[in-house]
Design a protein around this ligand. Structure first.
Ligand code: NAD
Length: 494
């Protein structure tokens, strides 16, 4: 099969970006649905979808087109899937900068350098090489278990990483032989459409398949509902917070759910405190703390608390005092009457999610040096910054009397999401005790949270960590059906 040269790739992307620029009537800010063109069922007279390279207004038409594409992909075998993945990985890396910038401008959350990095590392997402059949052989004959596609998957994207999650999902799901209909977050829908168009045009040029990857142009709760009901959608893959996870689990379709988290860190008296501080900053400041695995609260044994706070400052984080923390808390959360500050049922102010440390500092009445990656402050364990998944670069640090209390409070703050936890210690018994007690999908020892996704640690990458439903860090196998083929008595060579 011929390869897609850089010139062709550039022209595909440029034509998509130019077309999108023409259709961008008004900017869509975080959490604000794009101008609503209702997603409608087929037979309702919705407009034709020709020439839009995978971007649909109608859910049923998108699902139908993806179904056709799945059948075409099947004819090209595993080599065809591998070629799609090569196209997608090459494009995600070469377009990381313009696409990162586009997503930053659309969502207005996080950090541009990290938006770019999140696309560059999609080359670490596993592809077709992950799917090796299992074989059994004995006196009774030979049995082969193969990992087969579902067909068409309905996938939900978060606003926190629209194109990176889409790209990682495409690599995993197409490797497994599936086609996809995405219902992105409305605040990241234009970024998703841009990537879908570019990927599709390159796939069509090279392999002749149209609409292997589709997306809904103006996603709504209604389009999510239509996706759940569509008979072509064999499986749902959800990446998002508690609302969408609950909705998917009630839909009646099988759902793989990469749900919310509130990753907690314990630092004990044996830890390398300077390294622990650097690691907390690395993970907690990444993309202004938008990562679902990013450190959200730290519990430090009292005897080393002051030294740890000094190390945080030495490593470049900026400390807020009690008054500044209080001012920021009032801006960052809303409290229902009677709950007061520091309660465990505050609501996060979405306008500050993914905001930079400078903006948070302004709300705190503080000033920070340019380039400060993270704010931090001493809080108690009940504080809203500890208990809520706040997704802001402000790390609450709690002093605890002993290790048992640290783990107990960490577990309470993690809310049984069973997502991610981190320990800094040289005590192996502490590592084991906390790992068992937390029972999280990802558990990192003496590293930053991102090591859990292979960045600075061993392992592969995915932006969809199926915590709620237990499949773990998703791979191509996650999106397959296991099929068994049995031959009785014959074909053995021994
Ligand atoms: P969100 O829950 O607000 O939105 C996620 C998606 O669900 C969006 O596409 C949104 O339009 C849709 N949605 C929301 N409520 C819905 C409902 N009731 N019915 C149908 N669809 C609905 O989350 P977000 O702010 O976009 O992303 C951040 C959240 O996602 C955090 O909770 C984070 O932990 C989680 N997340 C998890 C993972 C993971 O791998 N486990 C990865 C990234 C993000």
């Amino acid at each position: 099969m011929k390869t897609l040269d850089q010139e062709t790739l550039r022209s595909v992307v440029e034509s998509v970006v130019a077309r999108l620029a023409q259709t961008q009537a008004s900017p869509v800010s975080n959490n604000q649905p794009a101008a609503a063109k209702p997603a409608s069922s087929c037979g309702c007279g919705c407009p034709g979808e020709a020439g839009k390279s995978g971007v649909f207004t109608c859910v049923d038409k998108a699902a139908e087109a993806a179904h056709d594409a799945h059948l075409q992909l099947r004819k090209l075998g595993v080599a065809g899937r591998a070629r799609v993945i090569e196209i997608v990985k090459t494009m995600a890396v070469s377009q990381a900068e313009p696409w990162g910038r586009f997503e930053m401008e659309e969502t207005k959350i996080g950090r541009l350098d990290h938006k770019i990095a999140k696309l560059q590392i999609t080359k670490n997402v596993p592809g077709t090489e992950w799917l090796r059949p299992d074989a059994m052989s004995g006196d009774g004959g030979i049995t082969l278990e193969e990992y087969a596609p579902f067909g068409v998957i309905g996938a939900i994207l978060p606003v926190t990483h629209s194109v990176p999650t889409l790209t990682g999902n495409v690599i995993n799901m197409v490797a497994a032989g599936n086609a996809i209909v995405f219902n992105p977050h409305p605040g990241g829908a234009r970024s998703a459409a841009m990537a879908v168009q570019a990927y599709n045009e390159a796939i069509r040029r090279e392999l002749g398949i149209q609409n292997l990857i589709t997306t809904i142009e103006s996603p709504t709760l209604e389009s999510f509902d239509l996706l759940c009901k569509n008979p072509h959608i064999a499986l749902l893959a959800i990446t998002g917070g508690p609302g969408v996870v609950n909705a998917a689990m009630k839909s009646g379709k099988r759902a793989i759910c990469a749900g919310p988290g509130n990753p907690v860190v314990v630092v004990d008296e044996t830890a390398d405190l300077a390294r622990a501080a650097r690691n907390v900053i690395e993970g907690g400041a990444f993309d202004n703390n938008l990562l679902c695995i990013g450190e959200k609260a730290v519990f430090v044994i009292g005897s080393v608390f002051n030294r740890f706070m000094e190390e945080m400052q030495k490593a470049g984080a900026s400390r807020l005092n009690a008054q500044q923390l209080e001012k920021l808390t009032q801006a960052a959360f809303t409290f229902k009457p009677g709950e007061g500050g520091g309660c465990s049922h505050a609501s996060v102010n979405r306008a500050l999610v993914g905001a930079g440390p400078d903006k948070l500092a302004q709300h705190a009445g503080a000033t920070v040096a340019a380039g400060t990656p993270l704010l931090f402050a001493e809080t108690d364990a009940d504080h809203a910054f500890v208990q809520e998944e706040q997704m802001m670069p402000m790390m609450p640090i709690v002093s605890v009397p002993d290790f048992a209390t640290a783990v107990r409070e960490a577990k309470r703050a993690e809310h049984n999401y069973r997502h991610s936890a981190i320990i800094h210690t040289k005590d192996v018994d502490h590592m084991t005790a906390m790992a068992k007690e937390m029972d999280t999908t990802i558990f990192v020892k003496n590293g930053a949270s991102v090591a859990g996704l292979g960045l600075g640690g061993e392992g592969y990458l995915s932006y969809s960590i199926a915590t709620t439903t237990g499949e773990g860090i998703t791979t191509p196998k996650t999106f397959t059906r296991i099929r068994r083929c049995v031959l009785v008595e014959n074909l053995r060579i021994i």
